[in-house]
Ligand binder design. Structure first.
Ligand code: SAM
Length: 219
């Protein structure tokens, strides 16, 4: 599915979010500025590279990993000097404790086994390493939620279909957002996966959520 929308994915993102995704990504970036430049970081489910390109501004060694070749190819076209790797989040080709930071933006809900994906993130993080996850959720306010659900159920498939030629993808993506656990529920899932120091903030009234957690150090 991602392969079929890769060429128009970025245009559709900007259009459908009315540019707001850029602000969400800035909030994400504000949570890694205190980390040292010189240790490796990974952007998982990197798609066409938006977060990877932000990581490169701060870190000397940043890698984007995604299993969808057309998304990676689009990313490489956008910035040939960036480091993209084809890899499955369920079986990462990295040694344990390889990264000080793993980011996942709007990708974790698409990973077939959330439990396995989180355990792989945990494994490749250094002790005390940080994971930052940006993902869609559900607004808590009833009116805002109704408006957002109307937009994502009716407007997004229509516009997404026109922009990418794949209406079904833009029916599927909002549906997965609606069903995905958010806020406190996702915090519990992160804690069960072994992460500590788990926090979240809701963005734009709960349309998106940013989760921050750490792999605990040695006890
Ligand atoms: C909605 S896109 C998000 C892309 C990018 N992170 C962004 O913020 O625009 C979700 C991405 O997750 C990738 N993905 C889904 N499951 C994956 C898996 N098991 N392993 C690697 N990548 C995966 C898809 O190929 C797709 O590029």
């Amino acid at each position: 599915m991602f392969g079929s929308i890769a060429g128009r994915y970025d245009v559709a993102n900007s259009f459908l979010s009315m540019g707001i995704h850029k602000w969400w990504r800035r909030v994400l970036a504000s949570h890694w500025r205190d980390l040292p430049r010189d240790r490796p970081v990974l952007d998982l489910c990197s798609g066409t590279g938006d977060v990877l390109f932000d990581l490169e501004k701060h870190f000397d060694s940043a890698l984007g990993a995604d299993f969808c070749l057309p998304m990676l190819q689009r990313g490489r076209e956008r910035r040939p000097s960036s480091h993209f790797l084809q890899a499955d989040a369920l079986q990462l080709p990295f040694q344990s404790a390889s990264f000080q930071l793993v980011t996942v933006s709007f990708g974790i809900r698409n990973v077939e086994s959330l439990e396995r994906g989180l355990s792989e993130i945990y494994r490749v993080l250094e002790p005390e390493g940080r994971v930052l996850i940006l993902e869609f959720g559900q607004p808590k306010n009833v009116l805002w939620r109704a408006l957002f659900n109307w937009y994502s159920q009716y407007v997004m498939p229509l516009l997404g279909g026109v922009l990418t030629g794949n209406r079904a993808a833009y029916e599927y993506l909002p549906e997965t957002s609606r069903l995905f656990p958010c806020g406190g529920d996702f915090v519990t899932i992160l804690q069960r996966a072994g992460f500590g120091d788990v926090h979240y903030s809701s963005l734009s009234g709960g349309i998106a959520y940013l989760y921050r957690a750490k792999r605990p150090g040695k006890v």
